[in-house]
Design a binder for this molecule. Structure first.
Ligand SMILES: Nc1nc2c(ncn2[C@@H]2O[C@H](COP(=O)(O)OP(=O)(O)OP(=O)(O)O)[C@@H](O)[C@H]2O)c(=O)[nH]1
Ligand SMILES: [Mg+2]
Length: 304
């Protein structure tokens, strides 16, 4: 099969994909949720997918991070086809537990779409936001998580191990390991990056070079790589939808996982805080005794 056919076939498969032809359980929309560290190419991936699927000139529909240090802070949805929508989630700063709870809430659709995302560090505040989502529970979106990561960045073994824990939580929130999309394919620094991501449990790792304002001449290879991202997401959806999930019980399961994760995190933080306080009190007591001993010494032997 030639590459041209490959691109055309992929485009057709994506454009004609109907969720109700496979779903009997009320799912109406496929929500491709992009998430990942700040500045790794989420917004650009959406622009590139819209551009690749359409016939128009390149347009920056989604504001990509600029040299002014601006970042996406709202969870905006972008419709790709009649039943496929991409969500540009707010990027996180570190691979750390305090950010993971919030990302899980975004992935599980417990935060509203098309609204600004304020990172909440406080457990009660976060929980109350999750509870608010019960007023309008969403049972019609079928979620596909895509983890966007720049191939320019280097991942240490410690970071990969933390991604592994994170992905296992993502699996609990969405029922699947995220698809990993490595952006900046042409600037890849670590030839073993894919191998490293394999260790996290991710089953699909794809590489793309996003189109940008400066570089957007359509080439077959680039189009093919970008369409492969959506095509793989859809094949995944088809497989999972055919397993006949019940959206109501799925949501309950995810909410329980999310609340437990946030609760355990809050307890761990409190314990860390308590240990810090004890250590500080011990240090103060030690310094006080040291000063007292030194004063006594000088009182007895003033000639020193
Ligand atoms: N050359 C090249 N540049 C890219 C690629 N992906 C993104 N960029 C550039 O990298 C910068 C950041 O990309 P964004 O798409 O804004 O990243 P983001 O993940 O949405 O960032 P936040 O909204 O801050 O979380 C922009 O200047 C993009 O033009 C890529 O694959 N290749
Ligand atoms: Mg962005």
């Amino acid at each position: 099969m030639s590459t041209v056919m490959d691109v055309q076939e992929r485009r057709k498969y994506i454009q004609q994909f109907k969720v109700n032809s496979v779903a009997e359980n009320g799912y109406k929309r496929i929500l491709i949720q992009l998430f990942g560290l700040m500045g790794h190419g989420k917004s650009s991936l959406i622009n590139s997918c819209i551009y690749t699927l359409g016939d128009k000139e390149y347009e920056m529909k989604v504001e990509a991070s600029g040299s002014d240090g601006s970042h996406t802070t709202e969870r905006i949805t972008y419709q790709l086809t009649e039943c496929i929508t991409m969500v540009d989630n707010r990027g996180f700063q570190y691979m750390a537990d305090n950010e993971f709870g919030q990302v899980y809430a975004q992935l599980g659709n417990f935060f509203p779409l098309n609204q600004k995302v304020e990172w909440k560090k406080d457990f009660v505040e976060l929980m109350s936001k999750v509870e608010d989502s019960d007023a309008t529970p969403n049972y019609s979106d079928f979620i596909v998580p895509i983890f966007v990561h720049s191939a320019k960045s280097v991942m240490s073994d410690t970071e990969i191990s933390s991604v592994k824990t994170f992905f296992s939580g993502c699996k609990n929130m969405t029922g699947v390991y995220p698809i990993v999309v490595l952006t900046h394919r042409l600037s890849k620094t670590d030839s073993n990056l894919e191998g490293k991501f394999r260790r996290t449990g991710a089953e699909q790792i794809l590489e793309v070079e996003n189109y940008t304002g400066r570089d957007n001449i359509k080439t077959r290879g680039r189009c093919s790589d970008l369409l492969a991202v959506i095509e793989n997401a859809l094949r995944d959806v088809k497989f999972r939808i055919e397993q006949n999930w019940n959206p109501v019980t799925e949501r309950i399961k995810r909410k329980k996982f999310l609340l437990k994760f946030m609760h355990d995190f809050a307890i761990a933080e409190k314990e860390k805080e308590a240990v810090k306080k004890v250590q500080e009190a011990r240090r103060n007591e030690y310094n006080r005794l040291k000063e007292k001993a030194s004063n006594m010494w000088f009182a007895r032997f003033p000639e020193f």
